[in-house]
Write a protein that binds this ligand. Structure first.
Ligand code: NAP
Ligand code: GDD
Length: 340
């Protein structure tokens, strides 16, 4: 019988790539989707007709229990979250509820449905993946960051992720559950939300190239990130749940670039000089910035055999080309039909 996976956050960037990957591995894939008429579900369905949908919300404990009872998954990937860092200052409580408490609710749903209690030794258990984040490192204490680097989160989002991270570890240690966290550094793709800087830049370049805009407004150009390709990173999620023992892993490329370098690369991929078009806007700076993030992915390489396959320049060119194509064809990045 096919193995069964349940993915929260199925309508997001990672949900779509992970579903594709698991389907290619022969899994029966279920996605948890919230809302009565979520337009992102039909967008996802156009790409992934074989994904089955179960309704549920990370804010609603009962719905998660029902979803686990119905799907009877072998593996649960918890990707659902408020994931845009600036929004986490504007809606800090909601971020804590979805991104933080949502992890507790999902773990409890698995624990209750599996009949796990203190002292019981779980057998045939559901394996759980938590989408932890390099944002937990925040104001970094060392560079590069590895699985032992301390956390100093700099946003309500980072704090909520740290809660989910420690809770996952705690359920592993308290109940013997196969529960792991992937500490993933920034990963991008043509399916990235338009609010994140890489996609904002690739869409901005495409609009300027096609004469649809004359400038691109950005915030802090000096921040540095370790950017990789989302398609590579979902393979790591799957590998973590196939490992013989439940452990946490850092996933990133080990290379860091500034937002300024991202902008240079993206404009140059379209044959444009960025300095003619980019305007910096102090209103786009964050209350507290994460200045730099750079992964040390050695553990994932040696224990999981995981390697990224797409370089920074290839990623930027892929996104710029995709957005030029999208806008040339009259697509709208905010509409269902335009999702590449
Ligand atoms: P994304 O595109 O923003 O997707 C977020 C998903 O969460 C969407 O499917 C959204 O569904 C869902 N969601 C929001 N509120 C929910 C709720 N109350 N109940 C259930 N689902 C809810 O994020 P992503 O880039 O794919 O990232 C996936 C996960 O990895 C997130 O947890 C993110 O924080 C984490 N992460 C991402 C990165 C990265 O660089 N991409 C790095 C480290 C960690 P709706 O359609 O209903 O809004
Ligand atoms: N979004 C955005 N918009 N960011 C900008 C802009 C802008 O106009 N100008 C400069 N930046 C800088 C931000 O200040 C930040 O330092 C950097 O670009 C990256 O911002 P985002 O792309 O929004 O991503 P993030 O690093 O805050 O968070 C992403 O990666 C995390 C992993 O480290 C998200 O995907 C999180 O969910 C994820 O956990």
């Amino acid at each position: 019988m096919a193995r069964r996976a349940l993915i929260t956050g199925i309508t997001g960037q990672d949900g779509s790539y992970l579903a594709e990957h698991l389907l290619s591995q022969g899994y029966e894939v279920w996605g948890l989707a919230r809302g009565q008429a979520n337009p992102r579900v039909s967008r996802m369905r156009k790409l992934l007709a074989d994904v089955r949908i179960v309704r549920g919300d990370l804010l609603d404990q009962g719905s998660l229990i029902s979803a686990v009872e119905r799907v009877q998954p072998d593996e649960v990937y918890n990707l659902g979250a408020i994931s845009f860092v600036p929004m986490s200052w504007e809606q800090a409580e909601l971020t804590a509820e979805v991104t933080g408490m949502g992890v507790l609710r999902m773990l409890e749903a698995i624990r209750v449905c599996s009949g796990i209690s203190r002292g019981s030794s779980p057998t045939g258990q559901i394996r759980f993946y938590q989408a932890s984040s390099s944002e937990m490192f925040g104001q970094v204490s060392e560079t590069p960051q590895n699985e032992r680097t301390s956390f100093h989160p700099r946003s309500p989002y980072g704090v909520a992720k740290a809660y989910g991270h420690f809770l996952t570890q705690n359920y592993r240690e308290s109940y013997g559950m196969f529960a792991v966290s992937g500490i993933l550094f920034n990963h991008e793709s043509p399916r990235r939300g338009a609010e994140f800087v890489t996609r904002k830049v690739s869409l901005g370049v495409a609009r300027i190239k096609l004469g649809l805009a004359s400038e691109l407004r950005l915030g802090n150009l000096e921040a540095r990130r370790d950017w990789g390709f989302a398609g590579d990173y979902v393979r790591a999620m799957h590998l973590m749940l196939q490992a013989p023992t439940p452990e946490d892993y850092v996933i990133g490329t080990g290379h860091m670039k500034s937002v300024r370098e991202l902008v240079e690369a993206a404009f140059s991929a379209a044959g444009l000089d960025w300095e003619r078009y980019v305007v910096t806007d102090p209103a786009l700076h964050r209350p507290a910035e994460v200045d730099l993030l750079c992964a040390d992915p050695k553990k994932a390489r040696t224990q999981l055999g995981w390697e990224p396959t797409v370089s920074f320049d290839e990623l930027v060119a892929m996104m710029v080309e995709s957005d030029i194509r999208l806008l040339s064809d009259g697509g709208d990045p905010d509409q269902d039909s335009s999702w590449p």
